[in-house]
Design a protein around this ligand. Sequence first.
Ligand code: VG1
Ligand code: CO
Length: 543
Amino acid sequence: MTALTIATQPIAGQKPGTSGLRKKTPVFMGPHYLQNFVQAIFDAIGGAAGKTFVLGGDGRYFNDSAAQIILKMAAANGAAKVIVGQHAVLSTPAASHLIRLNKTDGGIIMSASHNPGGPEEDFGVKFNMPNGGPAPEAVTEAMYQRTTEITEYRISDAPDIDLGRVGATTLDGMAVEVVDSVTDYAALMETLFDFPAIRAMFAGGFTMRFDAMCAVTGPYATEILENRLGAAKGTVTHGTPLPDFGGMHPDPNPTWAHELMDEMMGPNAPDFGAASDGDGDRNMVVGRGVYVSPSDSLAVLAANAHLAPGYARGLAGVARSMPTSAAADRVADALGIGKFETPTGWKFFGNLLDAGRATLCGEESFGTGSDHVREKDGLWAVLLWLNILAVRQQSVAAIMAEHFARFGRNYYSRHDFEAIATDKADAMMAALRASLPDLAGHEVEGMTVQGADDFAYTDPVDGSVSAKQGVRILFTDGSRIVMRLSGTGTEGATLRVYLERFTPGPDGLDHDPQEALAPVIRAAHQLARIGEFTGRTEPNVIT
Ligand code: VG1
Ligand code: CO
């Protein structure tokens, strides 16, 4: 067995987006494509020699052969050891935990997360740092630079190793430890939540549906919810991970998790419903007859986290991405704790978590997490909800109503316009940006623009600056429009329009969000001239 040096050439477009590099699977399987990017990762972090990494993915098509390639490249680059999930499967939060637990030098996660998988769908690769969190912008930029100048990569010619058997082995002199994908993660969850209380709730007849969407959380949810917490067998549906997610779009929102939504809104709804995404870092939470928006979920979790043992000491602070509603800010103000507003993408929470300034973090895109790992964590959020429900002994609907009565309600929705021609989307955003300086004082739909800008973030810990993170238009009545283009898509451009309007209560707290937001939605279309630029008047997905 030898480490081979293979000549290669730069491949255009290997620029990581919001969360790693995502491309169509055939692109990733093309000659040298994965290899170039993996070598660029190793080069950008100062080489792999002597280092230990974690490796796993969400099990989508190409996951297994990509893992063999990455292992052989790690060996040829002199890595000391790689810890791999069995069958090369790890949820993103489980990978983050293993990186931290084993004090490794980082990890490679193979996933395109909430994007569909399969031979013609999406694949992705991202690198997480020794703190367990996604590589910050400076590091992903260094990787990208490296891909533009790469001339060779190193790979062992050793045969594939058996990733199905848990235990230690070696690959061309590098130690490989295949670990059960679930065990360490489940143990971490037991340290954070009151498992006996949740178990008692299930034993008392509490019912739940967890839709794993044929993605990575199936085995995690089955072990934790059914085996350890005693939820009825069959609580977890679509629990077997499939390479193409059974043709489903593994994105837990009311559109793509419609089976769960139908059940939760139907006559025989269980008490609680939840779904997770391709790589297990997202969560959607639904009560019987009531959908909980991710922004509201973050706020409720912040207000109630102290009810779970892992957070009994209270929270240092709450961080949210800029497009996420201000509902969590209201809780932070009431609790007298820190609040932070970051750009979209989990990599921006890492410093706040490491510095102990934020304990909970969340994004409007169904992502919630805490300082237990450095990724968002779908099952963690579901377990925190279950712990809160077990303590409060109330329905989700009652908890939401009480929350809105106490804090007021930030009506919120996101409208996505997918697969727009990139040039049209860019032209629309450019025109919108150009209009911002003159918007203040402008009247639209009976609302007055208070100010408009392009969000720029200065990291309070390391001082790094990230500019152009989304256009925001603020109105004097507290309403807000945010617009940005997605950084995770693989086809054309996706325009995301984030809409928010605050109602203090006590009246008007139980409207349909789309109705409550109607003037804000119309204002967004007028101000950005969405139809004129893109030819689209209706979004594809509303969350
Ligand atoms: C989207 C979400 C963002 C999230 C990212 C990764 O990014 O908006 O909040 O962090 O996906 O989520 P974008 O650039 O498409 O808006 V995951 O679960 O796909 O890793
Ligand atoms: Co994800």
